[in-house]
Design a protein around this ligand. Structure first.
Ligand code: NAD
Length: 269
């Protein structure tokens, strides 16, 4: 049976995140992995605040956020520390505390997601690493004063290209490696505040960002034929694993990278 958000709600998500407040970075539209995580978190009882990268995205993000009763929807370009600071300062005036954060943000120039990695420019490298890796650290830094009370959970999204060479993924693979290392360092720094930091390494899912990778459709076909589960992972399956990290079910887990990829990463040949 296909797993959808709707039948996920039949698994009684009930009170898993009841009373918790979470911030979401990375919704561009209803295909975004961040949106699957958000919908499921809301079904599990969480109240959510949303950001959108640029004014042009507001018309897509606002209706989605309002459909799950979100009241706080603000623009925030994570490559600008002033905007990150202003976002959390404003949210801090509405919410007494933040319990969790979903970071599902990445960007690289299109020309750096095709051809040879060796041709990556210094500028393209810096951009990809800044947006796709450093933004997690920036978010943690500015969120920290508002994550009080009982600690919290931060989840980011990575990909197998951090560990192995994937054609055309190139600079994004290097950025994801930096992101996964950041998860471990941040988990170590924030553990004393009882804040957990983890990553989900998701299999390929058709989204706006994914379609920017040259040959992405072929990647989907290739992976589908080779995963132990004989299919590609679905967005809401990524969302369900995010719920695990965000909830107390994962209270003893931090600094971890969980593969949610229908098993693709375990196959040697
Ligand atoms: P998406 O295009 O829906 O989401 C990417 C988001 O990043 C967008 O909302 C975009 O606005 C945001 N973003 C980019 N630059 C930003 C900036 N400067 N400030 C704030 N936000 C910015 O695509 P997605 O596939 O849902 O991507 C979400 C995350 O999942 C990314 O980190 C991606 O690398 C990761 N991921 C995706 C797949 C996949 O196959 N789709 C697989 C593994 C990991």
């Amino acid at each position: 049976m296909e797993s959808t958000v709707e039948n996920s709600s039949e698994i009684n998500l009930g009170k898993l995140l009841a009373g918790k407040r979470g911030v979401v970075f990375g919704v561009a539209n209803d295909h975004s992995l961040a949106w699957s995580c958000s919908r499921l978190a809301n079904l599990a009882g969480a109240e959510l605040a949303f950001s959108y990268q640029a004014p042009t995205l507001e018309r897509r993000v606002r209706p989605l956020a309002e459909s799950i009763n979100s009241k706080f929807i603000e623009q925030c370009d994570l490559s600008d520390d002033n905007q990150v600071d202003a976002f959390f300062t404003k949210l801090g005036k509405s919410w007494p505390s933040i319990d969790f954060i979903i970071h599902a943000v990445a960007f690289a120039n299109k020309e750096d997601l095709e051809g040879r990695f060796v041709d990556t420019t210094r500028k393209g490298f810096s951009l990809a690493l800044d947006v796709s890796a450093y933004t997690l650290t920036s978010v943690c830094k500015y969120a920290l004063p508002y994550m009080k009370d009982n600690g919290g959970s931060i989840v980011t999204l990575s990909y197998y290209g951090a560990e192995k060479v994937i054609p055309n993924y190139n600079v994004m693979g290097v950025a994801k490696a930096a992101l996964e290392a950041s998860v471990r360092y941040l988990a170590s720094d924030l553990g004393g505040h009882n804040i957990r930091v983890n990553a989900i390494s998701a299999g390929p899912v058709r989204t706006l960002a994914a379609m920017g990778i040259s040959g992405f459709r072929d990647m989907l076909k290739y992976v589908e034929q080779r995963t132990p589960l004989k299919r590609n992972v679905q967005a809401d399956e990524v969302g369900k694993s995010a719920l695990y990290f965000l909830s107390d079910l994962a209270s003893g887990v931090t600094g971890e990278v969980l593969h949610v990829d229908c098993g693709y990463s375990i196959v040697g040949m």
